[in-house]
Design a protein around this ligand. Structure first.
Ligand code: MEV
Length: 430
């Protein structure tokens, strides 16, 4: 970018400007053109830009992503339409196609183990761990009661609140131990990030006084192994060769972290799309999933596929901590619409649906990889994107699409150069 003047003063007071002033400032700097500003102002509804200003800082516009619907899902016997926000070609098609396959010959069932999320209160350098442990044990019930009558009272009234306090020691070589107090809290239908931090911060001065130990940082942990969402898929009488290929692909991921990373990316393709559609914090779920996948010391797939007789069984287990109230879920009109469309009753149901979509997406990817390979299906859907990138006119698309698909069939690959060539040839012959 070519900024006309170069000085940090340029940005002084930038955050205090209103949207119009920010855009003007960027134009004066040479960072945006009039056309850019017109585009930013007209490409989305001003209601969303106003909302964006309430959510984040220094807003200059919004960045819309495609919202689609995955069809054919039946989870725990209930039919669902799955809203997915994602930019990658094939994800929604693969989810729908795989869900149809499962519905015709199998089932998806889900459950959740545990209901508490984890907050951490950190003791950076403990003088006497055993004394700290005794003090925590002695005051545990009282502390939980104080929190549930105080900062967590709203949740407590709704059947949630603080459930337990668990102390951990992290020994250090030739140094005093680190200690961590895990605060286990049931956030009901909220994701709980704000309330858990408030609870931990409320504990901080109390713990410092009671324990005479120095207290460090207070924050939630995204590795929520106290609340695990599980999904099981059974596909009956599956083609043995395909079933075994899917199992082999899983074994590969279980033995090789390089493959496990991509395997899990395929799971998260589905999960992230629903997380974003419902206004949930997908970075938090991603962090939790990856940390859970690495909990043995080797990064592992978060799903498992096994042939049992003639049936293929698939399993998913990981923390999927989401909310249906609070934060962006409540504020964003599209997230509200998606939650309505999905028809989930509470945060637990949403978590089960998201995990199920992840396992279905993973199955779709492994099936495609085991059969035709990912490129063919992907590229078929990618043809239109290539044509647009090559500058195709609307009236050229359908003829050019057919020609490009033939090239794809023959060559097994196509690129934007092929698309440009096809468009050139069409121009010459018309
Ligand atoms: C691409 O977005 C996802 C896959 O790479 C997942 C996988 O390899 O299992 C196809």
């Amino acid at each position: 970018m070519n900024i006309k003047s170069s000085s940090s003063e340029l940005f002084q007071g930038f955050s205090k400007l209103n949207l119009r002033e920010r855009l003007n400032k960027l134009r004066e700097m040479g960072a945006l053109t009039e056309e850019d500003i017109y585009f930013l102002q007209t490409s989305v509804d001003p209601v969303l830009t106003d909302l964006a200003e309430k959510l984040v800082e220094n807003v200059i516009g919004c960045f819309p992503l495609p919202l689609g619907i995955a069809t054919n899902f039946q989870i725990d016997g209930e039919k669902y339409l799955i809203p997915m926000v994602v930019e990658e070609t094939s994800i929604i098609a693969a989810a729908s196609k795989t869900a149809k396959w499962i519905r015709s010959t199998g089932s998806i069932t889900t459950e959740i183990d545990g209901d508490c999320i984890i907050g951490q209160v950190h003791f950076p350098s403990v003088k006497d761990f055993s004394a700290l442990s005794q003090t925590i044990m002695a005051y545990k019930t009282q502390l939980i009661e104080e929190l549930n009558q105080g900062v967590a009272n709203g949740l407590f009234q709704r059947g949630g609140g603080v459930c337990d306090l668990v102390l951990r020691e992290i020994p250090q070589k030739n140094q005093p131990s680190i200690a961590v107090l895990h605060v286990l809290l049931n956030p009901c239908d909220a994701m709980g990030a704000n309330i858990i931090s408030q609870v931990c911060e409320a504990l901080k001065p109390r713990l410092a006084t009671l324990t005479h130990e120095r207290v460090g940082i207070c924050i939630l942990s995204n590795l929520v192994d106290s609340k695990i969402t599980r999904v099981k898929i059974v596909l009956r009488n599956i083609d043995r060769t395909l079933g075994q290929a899917i199992e082999e692909a899983w074994v590969f991921a279980a033995c090789d972290p390089y493959r496990a990373a991509t395997h899990n990316k395929g799971v998260l393709n589905g999960m992230d799309a629903v997380l974003i559609a419902t206004g949930n914090d997908w970075r938090a779920v991603e962090a939790g999933v990856h940390a859970y996948a690495a909990r043995s010391g080797q990064y592992q797939p978060i799903t498992r596929w096994q042939m049992q007789g003639d049936d293929l069984h698939g399993f998913f287990a990981a923390p999927v901590i989401v909310g249906t109230v609070g934060g962006v879920t409540r504020l964003h009109p599209t997230a509200q619409l998606c939650l309505r469309l999905l028809g989930v009753k509470n945060a637990e149901s949403l978590s089960r649906v998201i995990a199920a979509v992840g396992l279905v997406q993973n199955l779709g990817a492994l099936r495609a990889l085991s059969e035709e390979g990912i490129c063919q299906g992907h590229m078929k859907l990618h043809v239109d994107n290539l044509l647009m990138a090559a500058g195709a006119k609307t009236e050229q698309i359908s003829t050019a699409r057919e020609i490009l698909q033939k090239i794809l069939q023959q060559e097994k690959k196509i690129s934007v150069t092929d698309a440009k060539q096809v468009l050139n040839d069409l121009e010459l012959t018309s």
